[in-house]
Design a binder for this molecule. Structure first.
Ligand code: FAD
Length: 543
């Protein structure tokens, strides 16, 4: 009798979609071909099989395809609270209904991946597991390593094979590391030269049209539950409904909506975008969908290119163009993949060592939007309420927390944003925090954002502040960015007394920013060049 070829696709946190999912297609292909066909597809040669393989007439009824997501409380890459968790549950619900529509099913396993997944694979006599390759985030590769180790007995017992595919980035970071001889470029320009020598990324693959004609893939496994509610996960406090909904359907809709304005996309110039627009943000807000893999970066990349052609005008260029933003993402992923201790200052060869202050009160005021600077507080409140903020707002709050005003470590700011942002991304976040704190990549520490005039330039009436700092709703525009400077009768009339209804500034910006610049200058004077250190580190990683 022919051996069964049951396959399982393990949906990971960064690839919650059907479109451009070669690992899923490989599982479909395997489970719909006969046992005389070749063995499991290899990660280095991702399958290009289209969905038609699953209903080509060769499918054997006893072969099954399983789609699994593991809610593993020990997996640090899976959000466990707040809006990111809500986004995840919505994404899983959407994945579930997309799979059901195709005649299949999503099984949610709960527990440590290295325990629950091998049990499941054993019970269903599965001989191929496919999944999305790990990212540079250590927690991501630790999960995959734990699983691979636990699968060892099954490799022998039921000839289990595993196959991992890279789609979370445009390029395979291991391939890029080889191309740059394990010394990632530390400038965007050099990064562009590197990928130019490699060529464009691989084109995305279409979603399958059908997953299973019949078989257990369409049945619910009695031992497993469906998608848990927040209450089942022990979260009782209410949350505001998401402004940006989770899932592949919402992600595709957002992408097509944003790209639908051809002129906006072709003329996209990052530094000129208005960070204070909140109902219809000026940038794409694709970041949450890229983080959870609801939309593939390759799909986004190729769709942007189509718009460039259709727009009929010469598009803006990297680093400021929309395509250029995806290259920033790749650039930071590559540096993250090739730099030891990328998420901390200590032991990180590209990071300047700066003696940041310790001040829990300042940190708490920054996190909770009570610094007394309305623009900073509004941005932090938007983050808490919506789970997203514009890139330039992130610049402003990060500069304020670190070298600009409070002189606190970028790692503290990173930690808070990572808990709160829908798009929290280990590689991108650490890189941008090092950038904004002038710890790596960017070294013009004397260029500091004003917490008063920066946003005023975009939004003189303070619409953004009024929306996210309700206490200041009725303040006259003249004082909206400096409410402490308003005469008392103006404050009374606006129904907000500074120091009572809204905090006084926790620091005097003009004064602290001068002192901080001197501290940065001194710290820089004591540091060797980061690029030279990186070269030394790369040599020691190779030897
Ligand atoms: P768009 O401008 O429309 O860009 C499209 C995509 O390009 C983004 O979705 C993102 O994937 C990528 N991109 C854009 N800007 C950058 C950048 N500077 N670096 C790397 N990739 C970029 N981005 C995250 O995705 N996750 C984070 O955790 C994160 N933390 C940040 C922390 C700080 C302090 C700063 C200054 C920036 C951070 N960014 C982070 C980068 C950037 O702010 C966001 O990617 C961007 O604002 C997301 O909005 P968007 O999708 O509308 O971007």
């Amino acid at each position: 009798p022919q051996e069964s070829r049951n396959a399982c696709h393990w949906f990971r946190i960064n690839a919650l979609r059907l479109d451009d999912n070669p690992a899923l297609l490989a599982a479909i292909e395997y489970s719909s071909s006969s046992s005389s066909s070749s063995s499991a597809p290899s990660a280095s040669a991702p399958t290009t099989t289209s969905a038609s393989a699953s209903h080509s007439g060769t499918a054997e009824p006893h072969n099954t395809l399983h789609n699994v997501f593991v809610l593993d409380p020990s997996d640090a890459t899976i959000p466990s609270s707040g809006l990111p968790l809500v986004f995840l549950l919505e994404s899983l619900t959407n994945l579930q209904s997309r799979l059901t529509w195709l005649g299949s099913h999503l099984t949610i396993l709960r527990g440590q991946v290295e325990q629950v997944l091998p049990d499941y694979l054993s019970k269903h006599d599965i001989s191929l597991v496919t999944y999305e390759e790990s990212t540079p985030e250590p927690a991501s590769s630790q999960v995959a390593q734990r699983l691979e180790q636990a699968l060892h007995p099954l490799r022998i017992r039921q000839r289990l094979e595993t196959s991992a595919f890279v789609t979370h980035t445009l390029y395979d970071m291991n391939m890029l590391l080889v191309a740059c001889k394990n010394t990632p470029p530390l400038t965007y320009g050099k990064f562009l030269s590197l990928i130019e020598s490699i060529g464009p990324p691989v084109a995305p693959l279409d979603a399958p049209h059908r997953l299973a004609e019949r078989g257990p893939a369409g049945q619910t496994d009695a031992a497993t539950g469906g998608i848990p509610s927040l209450a089942e996960l022990g979260i009782s406090e209410p949350h505001t409904p998401l402004m940006f909904h989770g899932g592949e359907t919402a992600g595709q809709a957002r992408m097509h909506h944003y790209l639908g304005d051809l002129a906006r996309v072709a003329n996209f110039s990052k530094p000129e975008l208005d960070p204070t627009l909140f109902e219809e943000p000026s940038s794409s807000v694709m970041s949450p969908y890229l983080r959870f893999g609801c939309v593939s970066p390759r799909r986004f990349f190729f769709e942007i290119n189509k718009v460039y052609i259709d727009s009929g005008v010469t598009p803006t260029q990297p680093p400021v163009s929309l395509l250029g933003q995806l290259y920033w993402r790749e650039f930071f992923y590559l540096v993250a993949a090739g730099t030891p201790n990328f998420d901390r200052a200590a032991g990180n060869p590209i990071c300047k060592q700066i003696q940041w202050d310790v001040n829990p009160e300042y940190l708490a005021a920054w996190e909770s939007g009570r610094t007394g600077y309305p623009w900073i507080d509004a941005a932090m409140n938007q983050l808490r309420e919506v789970g997203w903020m514009h890139h330039l707002a992130r610049h402003a709050v990060a500069c304020f927390l670190t070298r600009g005003d409070l002189f606190l470590s970028w790692e503290l700011g990173r930690d808070y944003l990572q808990r709160t942002l829908l798009d929290a991304d280990w590689s991108i976040s650490n890189a941008n925090w090092m950038w904004m704190s002038a710890s790596a990549f960017f070294h013009a520490y004397f260029r500091v954002y004003s917490p008063i005039t920066f946003a005023q330039h975009y939004d003189p009436e303070g619409k953004f502040v009024r929306r996210f700092v309700p206490a200041l709703r009725n303040f006259p525009s003249e004082y909206i960015y400096m409410p402490w400077s308003a005469p008392l009768e103006v404050q009374r009339e606006a129904g907000c007394i500074v120091g009572v209804d809204y905090p006084k500034p926790i620091v005097d910006h003009e004064q602290v920013c001068r002192t901080n610049m001197e501290r940065m200058r001194d710290a820089y004077a004591q540091q060797p060049d980061a690029a030279a250190l990186m070269a030394v580190s790369a040599v020691s990683m190779l030897t």
